[in-house]
Design a protein around this ligand. Structure first.
Ligand code: TXA
Ligand code: MG
Length: 298
């Protein structure tokens, strides 16, 4: 399960990722749990492995600045930052490009996306071998600290992921600096290895910087555990409950997670006044789906 970083390990990891599996891989900051960012079900498998009780937007890792520009809109200021600090431990939060192909579970339905070009040769080799952007949160179970060695990942996620690439200890050992770049300028969402002389933006929650700004919720009233639509409601179905759209017609929780944010956007954009959602079993990823839905519900 743990394989030393090298050509063979990268090839095997790329094959797993192409098959929709998550793989733990070192970056210069911490080990990441990487999956194909364009495959919603693969991204759902990251959450399943981490046992994350809710969906937070993830960082997308890219091989080149050109690849990043295909995913997000870079202002002049964003481009200057990328050129100065990439590859390296700086994550930029930028407006996501329509038609980027990134799964909506990666951005958790937001119109912005967190993106960085990592410096570690193992992650760079994996990006090159896969040929797609990789979504990767830190490779630890929810609630435990970020791993900076393959053994840390093993201790936290053993049996829950198919492979860990061992690239030794991470040279930086601290998660990337996160900066949002928009028309108002720069906002530091998470302090980290790259010091831009900014003070932490406090518009978000104290507990987890940037979180408040990083929660998508529909604008319409949302009703949970609905078995049918009321007057003027758009019903999001699941399993036997069909609805106007469905998270998963065969009751597959992972498929439901992958479809969640796109389904909420579709419901929000419909001509109906309200949104109803069928009951989702509260097991595994279902708990994360229900957490997000209950936050969005009135
Ligand atoms: O160094 C790192 O950044 C590591 C390695 C693996 O690259 N990754 C990492 O990911 O720390 P994670 O998932 O543990 O932290 C990602 C952070 C979260 O706090 C999340 O809320 C924030 O990035 N984030 C992602 N997208 C965002 C967005 N669109 N707006 C605001 N915050 C965002
Ligand atoms: Mg983390």
């Amino acid at each position: 399960m743990i394989r030393p970083y090298g050509e063979a390990a990268i090839e095997a990891a790329a094959a797993l990722i192409a098959a929709g599996e998550p793989v733990a891989v070192p970056t210069e900051t911490v080990y990441g749990l990487a999956a194909d960012a364009t495959n919603g079900a693969a991204v759902a498998s990251i959450y399943a492995a981490k046992g994350r009780p809710s969906f937070n937007p993830l960082i997308v890792h890219v091989e080149t600045i050109e690849a990043a520009e295909k995913i997000a809109y870079f202002s002049y200021q964003a481009r200057v930052l990328a050129k100065a600090h990439w590859p390296g431990p700086l994550t930029l939060v930028l407006p996501v490009r329509e038609g980027s192909g990134i799964a909506s579970l990666v951005t958790a339905g937001l119109s912005t996306i967190a993106i960085r070009m990592p410096a570690h040769p193992a992650m760079q080799a994996l990006l090159k071998a896969v040929g797609k952007p990789l979504a990767a949160p830190s490779a630890n179970a929810s609630g435990s600290i970020s791993p900076t060695r393959a053994e840390h990942v093993m201790r936290s996620l053993s049996g829950r992921i198919p492979m860990i690439i061992d690239g030794g200890a991470c040279s930086v050992g601290l998660e990337s600096t996160i900066v949002a770049v928009d028309a108002d300028g720069l906002r530091l969402l998470r302090p980290g290895p790259v010091d831009l002389g900014l003070t932490l933006w406090t518009g978000g929650s104290v507990e987890s910087p940037g979180q408040l700004a990083s929660h998508y919720a529909p604008t319409k009233p949302l009703r949970l555990n609905a078995v049918s639509a009321d007057v003027d409601e758009w019903l999001i179905g699941f399993g036997a409950i069909v609805g106007d759209a469905t998270l998963s017609s065969n009751g597959d929780i992972s498929e439901a997670a992958a479809n969640l944010f796109a389904a909420l956007h579709e419901a929000d954009a419909s001509s109906k006044e309200g949104i109803a959602v069928a009951p989702i079993p509260n097991t595994g990823l279902g708990a994360a789906i229900n957490d997000r839905l209950s936050r969005a519900a009135y």
